[in-house]
Design a protein around this ligand. Structure first.
Ligand code: CKX
Length: 600
């Protein structure tokens, strides 16, 4: 687990310099890089944008599909003025694993392609001079890492991934790299929890530093007026007439943490924007500030042309414009943690997000669909290592995102195999070990695939609310059979109702692949008209069962997947195309959701 995952800030005590731009890049198919001294830097590679996935920049299939080690390198200058500071490199994400070298010295390694990590380079840099950072990355998949898959070797000797999941294995320095100078004594972390007392609110906080200097915490309103202060590494800020953060009606305060005796010359200062709100599950209701909400929105992907899986602020800005236009209020970070800037935007826009770790592909049946074996995923030699990495990434996910008001819940799996008894001990371990990680005790859950029902799933006691992925009208009872699909879905909902549903149910996936521009009257599958028929069918069912508290359609936009006979250059279940243009279904939801209150 990382020591500190605070998002970088720049002030009188801290600096954050992004090292984005063109880096040197090359593949290392024979894993000779270390033997050949690549860790000291190289100039015989190709130029590669950062942040970006490397895959789509190549025009030959072997490079696009490359699986194995790859190297990045660039120079960076460390000013003499940085002497005495703690120097770190912060990698917002390297997919799927990385080893970091500075001036030829190995600093650290990291496993997991969607969460940040920092490398302390204080002992390796030259001050007042240029330095060289080198990243050795790797994008192989296995059953003992997240996300799950296999890596095979073709008869021509080339490696190839076989994902047990339905998104392309985009790889590389997918998010920004930062050069940080920090005070030797500094803030490492902080937590916030909230109590609402009528018009007033209490912000309970803790601050973790690496020293003994005193701490002062203050809270300022959106106009910059300080509304509360407190002393000490633990305390409570009393806020009169608190302006609450609400769904699609956000309000953010600025929290300032100062370390040191003298407010005029603090040892360290850390600031962040927080929202005062509470989240609870009460019976079959999801409550924000004690008010029931209904989730309207999407499963998404970090996916776009050219950038691949890399964070692209332009795409993110467009996606939020589309989600606001259509009347959405929420999304799931399917199937992995997104870039921190997404959560910051969601905080500002008042969107709720379900924050998901890349525990996807934990189901051999799905792997069978994608070319794996058909056996129990939770019974194999890979489980011990997988569990270690799974809980490690849950810990870092919650450590990184716990102070965002937009985070509604933690999704600990996507469509795992929960029918097999072997799943129970694994789930028990994950839920036991994640129980106390979130100071705000937000709900923990996971998505249930079609096979995992109230009759077949063995792990329904664990989630705090249910997330259902259902595809009648597409993967079964498609086309003219859709009426049987609806009848079957209603049968299942009747069983949930009869069993006495005691927790909220949110539909987190449903939809139909649709080729934009394909029309037919009457409809056939793959046409825009048919996608609307499927979504209207689901809407009729959702409106008939009061325990259903959310509809998040799959997917906001078309996205890249592996090639195959079930995919037409990617997954086309988007309500928008991959270049973010509306299909007919976008206007259906614009009409359906904008008739409802923003938060229900
Ligand atoms: C029947 C499983 C559906 C599946 N669920 C996980 C998503 O990552 C996929 O994209 C989606 C699909 O096949 O469209």
């Amino acid at each position: 687990m990382e020591t500190s995952l605070l998002y970088p800030v720049t002030n009188d005590q801290r600096t954050d310099q992004k090292l984005d731009g063109l880096w040197q890049f090359k593949f290392d198919e024979t894993k000779q890089g270390v033997k050949d001294g690549w860790e000291t830097g190289f100039h015989d590679g190709v130029s590669m944008p950062v942040p970006a996935s490397f895959n789509d920049f190549f025009t030959d299939k072997e490079s696009r599909e490359y699986t194995g080690d790859f190297w990045y390198s660039r120079k960076f200058f460390v000013p003499s003025a940085a002497k005495g500071k703690a120097l770190f490199l912060r990698f917002d994400a390297v997919t799927h694993r990385a080893t970091i070298f500075v001036n030829g010295k190995e600093i650290r390694s990291h496993e997991g392609g969607f969460l940040p990590f920092t490398a302390d380079i204080s002992s390796a840099v030259h001050y007042g001079a240029e330095n060289t950072v080198v990243v050795k990355g790797n994008n192989e998949l296995s059953r003992e890492a997240l996300p799950a898959g296999d890596t095979i070797t073709l008869r021509n000797g080339k490696k190839m991934v076989r994902p047990f999941f339905d998104f392309y294995n985009y790889s590389g320095l997918n998010r920004s790299v930062h050069l940080l100078t920090l005070p030797q004594e500094r803030v490492l972390d902080y937590t916030t929890t909230f109590e609402l007392n009528g018009q007033d609110a209490t912000v309970n906080y803790t601050v973790t530093t690496n020293g003994d200097a005193p701490v002062t915490v203050s809270l300022a309103d959106a106009d910059g007026q300080v509304v509360a202060t407190a002393q000490g590494k633990e305390g409570a800020l009393q806020v009169k007439n608190a302006h609450l953060w609400q769904v699609r009606n956000a309000y953010l305060y600025t929290l300032t943490i100062q370390v040191g005796d003298d407010a005029q010359t603090p040892v360290d200062t850390y600031t962040d924007r927080i929202g005062i709100r509470t989240i609870k599950i009460s019976g079959t209701n999801i409550l924000v500030n004690d008010k029931p909400i209904y989730l309207k929105g999407f499963g998404r992907h970090e996916d776009s042309p050219f950038a691949g899986r890399a964070f692209d602020l332009n795409v993110e800005k467009k996606d939020f414009a589309l989600m606001k236009w259509i009347g959405a209020n929420s999304f799931r970070t399917s199937h992995y943690p997104y870039d921190e800037q997404v959560y910051k935007i969601a905080d500002e826009e008042g969107f709720l997000l379900t924050d998901e770790v890349p525990a996807v592909g934990f189901k051999m049946a799905a792997a069978a669909f994608l070319g794996g074996l058909n056996q129990s995923f939770f019974k194999g030699p890979w489980l011990k290592k997988l569990h270690e990495r799974h809980i490690d990434q849950i810990r870092d996910l919650i450590k990184r995102d716990k102070n965002h008001p937009s985070v509604l819940a933690w999704s600990l799996f996507n469509e795992p195999d929960t029918i097999d008894e072997n799943a129970v001990p694994y789930f028990k371990q994950i839920f036991d070990e994640s129980k106390d990680l979130d100071p705000q005790s937000r709900p923990r859950t996971f998505t249930l695939s079609e096979d995992d029902t109230i009759e077949t799933s063995k792990v329904l006691d664990f989630p705090d609310f249910y997330m259902l992925n259902r595809y009648p009208g597409w993967y079964h009872f498609g086309g003219y059979q859709i009426s049987d699909g609806e009848a079957g879905l209603r049968d299942e909902m009747d069983k949930w109702q009869k069993a006495g549903v005691t927790k909220p149910v949110v539909f987190t996936e449903f939809g139909a692949d649709t080729e934009a521009g394909l029309h037919k009257l009457p409809s056939v599958m793959w046409t825009e008209e048919y996608q609307v028929e499927v979504l209207k069918m689901f809407s009729r069912v959702f409106d008939d069962y009061d325990f259903i508290k959310g509809e998040q359609v799959w997917n906001l936009a078309d996205f890249q997947t592996v090639e195959g006979n079930m995919r037409v250059n990617g997954n086309k279940k988007g309500i928008f195309t991959r270049d973010r243009q509306p299909k007919e279904a976008a206007f259906f939801y614009h009409d359906r959701w904008n008739k409802l209150p923003l938060d229900y």
